[in-house]
Design a protein around this ligand. Structure first.
Ligand SMILES: Nc1ncnc2c1ncn2[C@@H]1O[C@H](COP(=O)(O)OP(=O)(O)O)[C@@H](O)[C@H]1O
Ligand SMILES: O=C(O)C1=C[C@@H](OP(=O)(O)O)[C@@H](O)[C@H](O)C1
Ligand SMILES: [Mg+2]
Length: 187
């Protein structure tokens, strides 16, 4: 039998359904590429793509930065937990989470039990370079982004390591990272 992952995009959703019967959830630090790589992974596997941050923005009718400013981080985290719980009800889709989602105990347990979690990773220098191009991330506004990202990595990496798969993206082209994720999923 042919490897289902090698089929054309058109066919692969059907065929991968046999292999991918749970949501694929991308986790990892800000700027690592969860949103952009996740979208391409979904396209390649012919699965729907959902960005949890976008869902939160739609639900609140506010940008992430505005939610943080007006209601605070705890309010955002609660909305994030509820949105991800809803997304876990769907079987086959690719979900990009915001970098802090997996740190919430309830959210993490839900993801680990209902989905396949993929930790997308990259060197901090690369992340600093990327996130400095946009200032939409509220957690990076109150200090030096490099220091903040290093502190977050120290706290979060041991937790991210609980994911089912660990893929290092670094500066690899998006499509190569997508292929590396698919390879990891096959194992
Ligand atoms: N090789 C690469 N892999 C992933 N993202 C990259 C890469 N090169 C540049 N980027 C850029 O990094 C930025 C952050 O990506 P994004 O998907 O928003 O990350 P996240 O959702 O993890 O915060 C985007 O502008 C993306 O295009
Ligand atoms: O790491 C975090 O705590 C956050 C990451 C962001 O998403 P990305 O990881 O997609 O940038 C967004 O959810 C929010 O700004 C908080
Ligand atoms: Mg994102």
């Amino acid at each position: 039998m042919k490897d289902p992952f090698d089929r054309s995009t058109e066919e692969s959703g059907e065929k991968c359904g046999k292999v991918i019967d749970k949501p694929l959830v991308l986790i990892g630090l800000m700027g690592v590429g969860k949103t952009t790589v996740g979208r391409r992974l979904a396209k390649k596997l012919n699965l729907p793509f959902v960005d949890a941050d976008e869902e939160i923005e739609k639900a609140a009718d506010l940008k992430i930065a505005e939610i943080f400013e007006r209601f605070g981080e705890d309010y955002f985290r609660d909305g994030e937990r509820r949105v991800i719980a809803r997304l876990m009800e769907e079987d086959r889709q690719v979900i990009a989470t915001g970098g802090g989602a997996f740190m919430n105990d309830e959210t993490r347990e839900l993801i680990l039990s209902k989905a396949t979690a993929i930790w997308l990773d990259a060197d901090i220098d690369i992340l600093v370079n990327r996130v400095s191009r946009r200032d939409t991330r509220p957690l990076l506004k109150n200090g030096d982004p490099e220091t903040i990202l290093r502190d977050l990595a120290a706290k979060r990496n041991p937790v991210y390591a609980m994911a089912h798969h660990h893929v290092t993206g670094n500066d690899a082209p998006h499509d190569l990272t997508v292929n590396n994720i698919i390879k990891a999923l096959r194992k």
